[in-house]
Design a protein around this ligand. Structure first.
Ligand SMILES: [Zn+2]
Length: 333
């Protein structure tokens, strides 16, 4: 549930469906020759009648999940190629969603990331019940995503800069912000303030986590308070918005960066378009919740394609920490 009191599913625009990976096994006939197993002797024999159901067998010869259809240009992409291209379509530049660990791997220098609070998990404080209990949902998501919660935090090195890095993952309960997300990010920001490090938070979220009620809403103030102390120490904070980024997260730490960047075509907003239309009773401009619209209207400073992100971050960090490098302590700068 987001802050507007709408179920998360209805607060997101319909176009959000295009952001999910749609894996599909190619079942064209004949199948891609390169993927066929070498024919065995009995299959090549023209004397042998083809068995009924042989087409079914051919389908099984192709490993599942090998091809992914781009939701934007409908090109079939070999998933290894997609992974090598940081989950960006090779043809139309569509940015697929990417896991937190892959994203960290794409940004930090090898073996420099020290994860913080890796084992921190949520508890079912409210005894939330529904179709499934919160506890059951947590267990299912731990297994499904191989994550303990919707954010990974730690200190790592990007170029020559040591930074506090927090990366959210939409695969864990829609990237919802509960007490663990808020606590991990607050600890990251506080540690970075102590160590005079810039903070970078890459967010993707459907909003606050409804299963934790007020406890999740309190994280908005907590993270922003930690960021205020970080800002007081004159340390830079870069917020990177990725698709989708909504509600409680957008209304707190994601929108208070000294520099706010976004990935191309990311959907960003507080409430979904339908809620806003119903509330304001006004016609909304087309595409008003896209990163491109928000750059034109001043909320976002720059759109940075995923493949350029690391180089651009190094450039921004060089600029933002230049006084520190010249021997001035951040507090005195
Ligand atoms: Zn494409």
């Amino acid at each position: 549930m987001n802050l507007a009191g709408q179920p998360r599913t209805s607060s997101l625009p319909l176009t959000m469906a295009t952001t999910f990976l749609s894996k599909k096994t190619v079942v064209t006939d004949p199948p891609e020759p390169a993927l066929n197993l070498p024919p065995t002797a009995h299959q090549t024999s023209f004397l042998k009648k083809p068995k009924l159901g042989s087409a079914k067998k051919r389908k099984r010869d192709i490993p599942e999940g090998l091809w992914i259809k781009c939701p934007k240009c409908e090109t079939m992409i070999f998933d290894k190629e997609l992974d090598e291209n940081l989950k960006v379509c090779l043809k139309c530049n569509h940015h697929f969603s990417i896991g937190a660990r892959e994203r960290i791997h794409s940004l930090v220098e090898t073996c420099t990331f020290e994860e913080m609070d890796a084992q921190m998990i949520s508890v079912d404080m409210l005894g939330f019940t529904g179709a499934a209990s919160y506890k059951d949902k947590l267990i299912a998501n731990w297994k499904k995503s191989n994550l303990k919660d919707a954010v990974i935090t730690g200190i790592g090195q990007i170029g020559t800069h040591r930074v506090g890095l927090g990366v959210m993952d939409f695969a864990f309960l829609g990237g919802s912000m509960g007490s663990v997300v808020g606590e991990k990010l607050s600890r990251l920001i506080e540690r970075s303030t102590e160590k005079n490090l810039p903070v970078i938070i890459i967010s993707t979220s459907g909003g606050a986590r409804m299963y934790e009620g007020m406890f999740s809403l309190m994280q908005m103030a907590k993270t922003c308070a930690a960021l205020a102390y970080h800002a007081k120490a004159k340390l830079p904070y870069i917020s990177i918005l990725t698709n989708p980024d909504y509600a409680g997260v957008m209304a707190s730490y994601a929108s208070v960066g000294d520099l706010i960047l976004a990935e191309p075509a990311a959907l960003i907003g507080f409430a979904g378009p339908r809620v806003i239309k119903d509330t304001t009773q006004a016609e909304l401009p087309p595409g008003f919740q896209t990163a491109e619209f928000l750059v034109d209207h001043g909320l976002i400073d720059a759109i940075v394609p995923r493949k350029e992100m690391k180089a651009r971050l190094i450039g921004y960090l060089d600029f933002l920490t230049v006084r520190q490098k010249n021997g001035k302590t951040p507090a005195a700068a």
